[in-house]
Design a protein around this ligand. Structure first.
Ligand code: FMN
Length: 361
C-alpha cells in the first residue's frame, strides 16, 4: 500500500499523502449556518488526510436547502471556518472547502426568511428533504434564474472562493454532481432553457464552466478543483447522455490549470467515469467511491489517478491514514447519528490508540 503514503502535488496543493477525505454533509452547523466547536474538533481529528475536502457549504443563503448545513457568505461563518482551518493546519493538514449550491434540491424551511429557491428552469425535483421544524417535506417549486440572476449566482461563488481563502482554506472544490445547481444546469431533464445556458451539452455546462472560471480568477486555478459523477441520478436528476455532458465539462475547463478533478463513479450507472475522466481531462484525478486501502493503492499503482478519496471510512476512523498504514482494523459508523446535532456519532469516535488503551485496562 506504500504508494498511498507518498506525497503528491495537485496544482498549488501539496499533499503529504494520497489519501483524501471526501466531502460529507454532517448537519452540525450552528444557528445561521455557522461552524462551531464540534466541527473544529471533527476536522482537527481527521487532519492526517493528505487533503480534507470539507463538506458541501453554501455560497449564499439561497444556496442552502438542508438543515444545519454551513455557509461561507457571512463574517460569522468565515470566523467559524477560520477556527477549523487553523486547527487542521496546526496538525500539518491541508483543507479545501466544497462549495455546494443546492438549487432546487431545497426546502424553504431550511433557509433564512427571504432566501429563494432557484434552478435553471421551473422544474421541481421529485424528492423530499428533512427539516428540523417540519420533518420530511417536499422540495420547493424553484424559480427559474434570469440571465441577471445567473450572473449574480456566479458572483456569489466567486466571492465565496475569496471568503474561503480569507478563512484559511487552501482552496475550493465546486460540487457539480448529486443533483445540485451546477448539475441541474448540466442535465437535460432539469434544464429546459433556450438561451446560452440551455440546449446542447456545451450550453448546459456553460454555467459550471463560468463558475469555475470565476473562482479560478479570484484565487488562482491551482487552488480550484471540481467534482463530477456522471450519470448520478441522486435528487431526481436525469440526462439524455450523461457521458457526453461530463465530457463537455471536462473539455470546457481543460484550458485552466486546475488543481484536480474529483471523479466519482456511481454504482447506479454502467458509465465508466474514471476512463472518461482520464480520456477527456488534463487535470490530476482524485478517484472516489467504494475504495478500501488495497483497492486504492492498486488503482494508484496502475496510474489510474493521483489520489483516492474516502468518505464513509473517515466517519468512524478519524485516524484512517494511520490505520491503513499499520494495517489496523477499521471501526464501523453509526448510521442513526449521521445527521443529528451535537458531538455524538461525530467528533466522539476514538482513534485506534485510545481503543487499544481502553481494551488493555
Ligand atoms: C454522510 C454523507 C454525506 C455526504 N455529503 C456529501 C457532500 O456534502 N458533498 C459531496 O460531494 N458528497 C457527499 N457525500 C458523498 C461522499 O463524498 C463520497 O462520494 C461517498 O461517501 C462515496 O465514497 P466512499 O465509498 O469512500 O464512502 C456524502 C456521503 C455521506 C456518506
Amino acid at each position: 500500500m506504500s504508494v498511498l503514503f507518498e506525497p503528491v502535488t495537485l496544482g498549488e496543493l501539496q499533499l503529504a499523502n494520497r489519501i483524501v477525505m471526501a466531502p460529507m454533509t454532517r448537519s452540525r452547523a450552528l444557528v445561521d449556518a455557522v461552524p462551531g466547536s464540534d466541527m473544529v474538533e471533527y476536522y482537527r481529528q481527521r487532519a492526517g488526510a493528505g487533503l480534507i475536502v470539507a463538506e458541501g457549504t453554501a455560497p449564499s443563503a439561497s444556496g442552502l436547502g438542508y438543515c444545519r448545513t454551513p455557509g461561507i457568505y457571512s463574517v460569522e461563518q468565515m470566523a467559524g471556518w477560520q477556527r477549523v482551518t487553523e486547527a487542521v493546519h496546526a496538525e500539518g493538514g491541508r483543507i479545501v472547502l466544497q462549495l455546494m449550491h443546492v438549487g432546487r434540491a431545497a426546502s424553504r424551511h431550511n433557509k433564512p426568511a427571504g432566501a429563494t429557491t432557484v434552478a435553471p428552469s421551473p422544474v421541481r425535483a421529485l424528492t423530499q428533504v428533512f427539516s428540523d421544524s417540519h420533518g420530511l417535506v417536499d422540495t420547493d417549486e424553484p424559480q427559474a434564474l434570469t440571465l441577471e440572476g445567473i450572473n449574480e449566482v456566479i458572483e456569489e461563488y466567486r466571492q465565496a472562493a475569496l471568503n474561503a481563502r480569507q478563512a484559511g482554506f487552501d482552496g475550493v472544490e465546486l460540487h457539480c454532481t448529486s443533483g445540485y445547481l451546477p448539475m441541474q444546469f448540466m442535465a437535460s431533464q432539469s434544464n429546459l432553457r433556450s438561451d446560452a445556458y440551455g440546449g446542447d451539452a456545451d450550453a448546459r455546462v456553460r454555467f459550471a464552466k463560468e463558475v469555475i472560471e470565476a473562482m479560478a480568477s479570484a484565487i488562482g486555478a491551482g487552488r480550484v478543483g471540481y467534482r463530477q459523477c456522471p450519470g448520478n441520478p441522486y435528487n431526481d436528476i436525469s440526462d439524455r447522455d450523461p457521458a457526453a455532458t461530463a465530457t463537455a465539462l471536462c473539455q470546457a475547463v481543460a484550458p485552466l490549470s486546475l488543481a484536480y478533478l474529483h471523479i466519482m463513479r456511481s454504482p447506479l450507472t454502467d458509465l465508466d467515469a474514471f476512463t472518461l475522466a482520464r480520456e477527456h481531462s488534463p487535470h490530476p484525478l482524485i478517484l472516489n467511491d467504494g475504495f478500501d486501502g488495497l483497492s486504492a493503492s492498486a488503482a494508484l499503482a496502475a496510474g489510474e489517478g493521483a489520489a483516492v478519496s474516502f468518505g464513509r471510512h473517515f466517519i468512524a476512523n478519524p485516524d484512517l491514514v494511520e490505520r491503513l498504514k499499520r494495517g489496523l482494523p477499521l471501526s464501523r459508523f453509526d448510521r442513526k447519528s449521521l445527521y443529528t446535532p451535537g458531538s455524538a456519532g461525530y467528533s466522539d469516535y476514538p482513534a485506534f490508540q485510545a481503543i487499544a488503551q481502553e481494551l488493555a485496562q
